[in-house]
Design a protein around this ligand. Structure first.
Ligand SMILES: Nc1ncnc2c1ncn2[C@@H]1O[C@H](COP(=O)(O)OP(=O)(O)OP(=O)(O)O)[C@@H](O)[C@H]1O
Length: 609
């Protein structure tokens, strides 16, 4: 990956002026710091020669104050810029993941995505802001100290360099090892997050399969690896500073012994020796910081690589996001508090009333599609659905029914052929606009943590009370909501915990009805309903079908008998099209499906089959 075109690279470039400003403040603080030993030397000289002390004292105090003030300002600016970099990176990643191509997204583990967005980004602050500035400022301090020490006494500098060089070499080796350990640690923590996410997301299945111990051992094993690699990172990191400390103590001892000898022979004054020793301390602290910053930068590089990898996730076609994120000031103008507003602010939003009652015909024209390189799932599907009415799609499991709906939603692009909505190829309709016209109630009706009300107006925050009431009534959910003590404010948990399967389906249907789509797609959307609720919903669907197109994938034959037309799918192709009675006469497959269903229902009611 070209680092210049990477997300982190682009964001860092945007914040370079502020990082530069902080570096300048740091360099000024370094100058104030470097001047201190020289001025203290002057002060000592003044004391011994009885000249007035006021001016040198004021200068020394001024240098102390300037050093402290500039260091504080630098640290604040750096911290603030670091937080901004983290914020910009997080929001850019969230934006890209939310707009990711479904196929590309399915290759990622959800927990790993979460770890990269939440944890890895937090390392950027230290790596890009603090460490980078520290490397520049501390290098300057080290260089300045060396030059000034050379001016005072080149021989003592030689002694210092000899002692520090060994320590520095060891520190460099440690920094390299630290980077490798940090990369490993970040990877293991990502795996841990991904596995934990998987287990929590399917906790009931874990319990039903009595797999608690299995999951516990697997996740526990990763936690052990994460601890071990984390300890290694800490150990290497902890060794960096003492390594330089040993170098300092060795140089200090050598400088004092050599320096005292030179003071005794009169070739070096006591004030100069004092200044030199002070510079030695001034040299070591930034040197330690320098190596620590290099270590932190190494840890950060591991995180940067992972962030850039996620940022390169493929986007959905026709949602072209800028590869370079908006500038800070542009971002501030699109502050968001809820993810829904976030989406609205970055997309060509759909006016809520735009498609009310505006039915649209749908045509599948020789549609071919394959999920992967293997056998195609759809092998040239052609049929037309008029602008009004209820169309059912039936067929054996795996015949491609859900795939048809997903292609119409443009969750995947067709491999060949076209799908037309009201005569327009959906490939040329922006996805956001298309999905405003087509409502999709999935097989596994997704409910989100929050209140029932939040779930109902999700993505449709303009809905008014009348529209909400109407949708609840049509979906047969009004009684349920009324019976709850907190009504629309009732909290539902993860994956709809607190609602029955049928209630979840009705909630998902009501959510789509609020949108008043031109085309309503239902994928097994009534499979969890009891017979009474199903009958009520069928009546509802009939009335909705009089003002828009309803396409319903159904297993239960009872739900399709009164459809205006039924499309029978067979192994990725259309086997037959007709009404229930026509198909009973003309389609062998339909007869079979009907007979199987009939036998199943007889058996379910304890009747002879
Ligand atoms: N995301 C996916 N990646 C790869 N293959 C998939 C994916 N989704 C579905 N398939 C495959 O495509 C084929 C058709 O699946 P689809 O879900 O469209 O069938 P269906 O008729 O709706 O089945 P069912 O009635 O069981 O829901 C199946 O063989 C399935 O394994």
């Amino acid at each position: 990956m070209n680092p210049d075109r990477s997300l982190v690279g682009a964001i860092t470039r945007q914040h370079l002026p502020k990082v530069g400003g902080a570096v300048v403040l740091g360099l000024l603080a370094a100058v104030a710091g470097l001047a201190q030993p020289a001025m203290i030397g002057e002060l000592i000289a003044a004391v011994s020669t009885n000249v007035p002390l006021l001016v040198p004292i004021l200068i020394v105090v001024g240098l102390f104050v300037a050093d402290a003030a500039l260091t504080t300002a630098q640290a604040y600016l750096m911290g603030r810029t670091g937080e901004r970099i983290v914020y910009d990176t997080r929001t850019a990643l969230i934006e890209r993941v939310l707009h990711a191509d479904v196929r590309a997204f399915s290759r990622w583990r959800h927990g790993d995505i979460q770890a990269r967005i939440v944890t890895d980004t937090s390392l950027l602050k230290i790596a890009l802001a603090q460490s980078t500035a520290s490397i520049i400022v501390d290098s300057f301090m080290v260089l300045g100290s060396v030059v000034l020490m050379f001016v005072i006494d080149p021989l003592l500098l030689g002694v210092t360099v000899a002692c520090m060089a060994v320590a520095s070499l060891v520190a460099l080796v440690l920094a390299r090892k630290l980077r490798k350990a940090a990369v490993r640690n970040r990877t293991i923590v990502g795996d841990l997050g991904a596995d934990l996410h998987r287990a929590i997301g399917a906790l009931n299945t874990v319990k039903a399969c009595r797999a608690e111990r299995l999951e516990g051992n697997r996740i526990g094993g990763l936690a052990v690896s994460a601890r071990r690699s984390g300890v290694r990172v800490s150990a290497l990191s902890a060794m960096l500073s003492p390594t330089m400390g040993i170098g300092l103590q060795a140089s200090l001892a050598a400088v004092i012994i050599t320096g005292m000898g030179r003071v005794a022979t009169g070739s070096l004054g006591p004030a100069e020796l004092t200044s030199f020793i002070m510079y030695l301390f001034y040299l070591v602290s930034p040197l330690v910081m320098l190596f620590m910053s290099i270590g932190q930068l190494q840890q950060g590089r591991a995180a940067i690589g992972r962030i850039n990898e996620l940022a390169d996730i493929d986007e959905e076609p026709s949602v072209v996001l800028p590869r370079t994120p908006a500038t800070t000031s542009e971002r501030e103008s699109t502050e968001f508090t809820e993810s829904t507003e976030f989406i609205e602010s970055t997309e060509d939003s759909v006016e809520p009333e735009a498609f009310v009652g505006n039915g649209a015909g749908v045509t599948f024209d020789r549609v071919r599609f394959a999920y992967g390189p293997d056998e195609p799932t759809l092998r040239g599907v052609s049929f037309t659905v008029p602008a009004r009415g209820l169309t059912a799609i039936v067929g054996p499991s795996g015949s491609g029914k859900t795939t048809l709906l997903q292609l119409l939603m443009r969750l995947y692009p067709v491999s060949d052929g076209r799908i037309l909505l009201d005569g327009e190829n959906i490939a040329s309709i922006p996805v956001h606009r298309l999905r405003g016209r087509v409502g999709y109630v999935q097989q596994e009706s997704a409910t989100l943590r929050g209140t029932i009300g939040d779930n109902l107006v999700y993505g449709e925050q303009y809905a008014n009370a009348d529209e909400i009431d109407r949708a609840l009534r049509l979906a047969g959910l009004d009684e349920v909501v009324r019976s709850l003590p907190r009504g629309m404010h009732t909290e539902i948990g993860e994956n709809g915990a607190g609602l029955s399967g049928g209630q979840r389906q009705r909630l998902a249907i009501a959510r789509m009805l609020i949108r008043r789509p031109a085309v309503l797609l239902l994928d097994e959307a009534t499979s969890n309903l009891d017979s009474d609720s199903e009958l009520a919903l069928r009546t509802t669907l009939r009335s909705i079908a009089s003002e828009c197109t309803v396409i319903s994938v159904a297993h239960r034959m009872s739900t399709v008998v009164d459809a205006d037309r039924i499309v029978v799918m067979e192994a990725g192709a259309v086997g037959a099209v007709g009404t229930h009675h026509e198909l009973l006469r003309t389609s062998e497959l339909y007869q079979r499906l009907n007979a199987i269903q009939f036998q199943g229902e007889q058996a379910a009611h304890g009747l002879p089959v």
